[in-house]
Design a protein around this ligand. Structure first.
Ligand code: NDP
Ligand code: MG
Length: 388
């Protein structure tokens, strides 16, 4: 393996924990870890894996953690700067970014500028800063390895394709359809957070679970794919595939389609991003096609699930619109989880926010992205009349 030491950002989350598990089995050293505020778990992880740097967002939590860890040799850092310090730690061979939300953008950029390859789970990095990330990665000769299962599938299907621009016709992103597949608007109106958090095929963090239920996740993934694989928007097709066995497909110029199949277990794409180009054994369930028997494909319902259509519109207009869609969604999901708004309002809010954002298509800088993110957050709170 080329990877001896790895940095895991978002180490306390669903992807972070599975990544630590994968690294442990591969005997890869954990060079640095970072999270938001779960200092109990960070302390356990620091003791178990002995990283050089531990990053936590809040200053007070960092002081606590430092105190608790004073018997071991570890540098505790805090804030965005701390997270970026962890992301650019010199001895690390790979940065796995599993932070949730736009908070993952800065550490992605920091890793790229430090010339670290990235295993990217944080799709919001590419949704908000796609152009910036792709350009900087090119300039710094950095490879971005997808962790998101659909993008890993596409990446795997493209192995052996020597000229993607010339040979690829389209990609087919599969979508599980989420827990409310087939529901009418009337039925969706009174959905509670507990119902929405209950995904049929995957166990994930809260935010992405809601994104799956609203189909925002597929919208974010569409934008992620456009940047990651250098596609035109109309080269991306989306199909509902209830079984979550075909993780995505690519269609070539000769109308041949290649698909990647596997058990719905994130440790497969996580491990492939780490071991690429090698494939190693992975302790996940073997796929039993005789048991599964049927694989089905259908169209998505964009009328009921507005978020997907809003994301399509956002990436079509380009500029800062995807930043607006993402920021509005992050706030809306949080408000929904706190019972401040209904399930369907998430889609209304995202749709409203991209109309509100006056697109700026030139010279997208990190500063413009961050200020758009902040102004849309404020706009959404005003819109639903939340005072904080
Ligand atoms: P979780 O909510 O389970 O975990 C999020 C992680 O990010 C936690 O470690 C959390 O720390 C940390 N975090 C949150 N905010 C900050 C911040 N401001 N600074 C530093 N760290 C922060 O999310 P998931 O693991 O489910 O998802 C992570 C990313 O991976 C998302 O972008 C998601 O879309 C993507 N993804 C997830 C999949 C899944 O199966 N879960 C599948 C495909 C993609 P703390 O615990 O302290 O709050
Ligand atoms: Mg996915």
């Amino acid at each position: 393996l080329n990877i001896r030491q790895i940095t895991i950002l978002g180490s306390t989350g669903s992807i972070g924990l599975q990544s630590l598990d994968v690294c442990e089995k591969l005997n890869i050293k954990i060079a640095a870890i970072g999270a938001n505020k779960n200092i109990e778990l960070l302390e356990q992880q620091a003791r178990k894996y002995l990283p050089v740097i531990v990053s936590v967002t809040d200053e007070k939590s960092a002081a606590h953690l430092k105190q608790n860890l004073k018997d071991i040799s570890v540098k505790v850092v805090c804030g965005v700067d701390g997270l970026c310090e962890a992301a650019s730690y010199k001895n690390s061979d790979l940065v796995l970014n599993a932070v949730v939300g736009v908070a993952g953008l800065m550490p992605s950029l920091a890793a790229i500028r430090a010339k670290k390859n990235i295993a990217l789970a944080n799709k919001e990095s590419l949704v908000t800063g796609g152009e910036l990330i792709i350009n900087e990665a090119k300039n710094n000769h950095v490879t971005i390895l997808p962790v998101d299962s659909e993008h890993s599938a596409i990446f795997q299907c493209l192995q052996g394709c020597t000229d993607v621009k010339k040979e690829l016709k389209s990609i087919i992103l599969t979508a599980s359809g989420g827990p409310f597949y087939g529901y009418s608007k009337k039925k969706l109106k009174d959905i509670t957070p507990a119902q929405a958090l209950n995904h049929p095929n995957w166990l994930m963090g809260n935010k992405i679970s809601i994104d799956c239920a609203t189909l925002m996740n597929k919208g974010l993934e569409l934008i992620e794919a456009v940047w990651l694989f250098g596609l035109q928007i109309d080269q991306v097709k989306i199909l509902v595939h209830r079984q979550s066995i075909v993780h995505s497909m690519v269609e070539f110029k000769d109308n041949s389609i290649i698909a990647q199949l596997g058990s719905p277990d994130m440790r497969i794409p996580i491990q492939y991003a780490i071991t690429y180009p090698e494939r190693l054994e992975c302790p996940v369930e073997e796929l039993d096609l005789l048991k599964i028997k049927n694989l089905t494909f259908e169209n998505t319902d964009e009328k009921t699930f507005k978020c997907l259509k809003a994301c399509k519109d956002a990436i079509k207009s380009g500029g800062l619109k995807p930043v607006a869609a993402n920021a509005a969604n992050e706030v809306a999901v949080e408000l929904f989880l706190r019972n401040k708004i209904g399930f369907l309002e998430i889609g209304d809010i995202v749709e409203d926010a991209i109309k509100h954002q006056v697109s700026d298509n030139t010279n997208i800088t990190l500063e413009k992205i961050m200020s758009t993110d902040l102004s849309i957050r404020a706009y959404v709170k005003e819109l639903v009349n939340i005072k904080e």
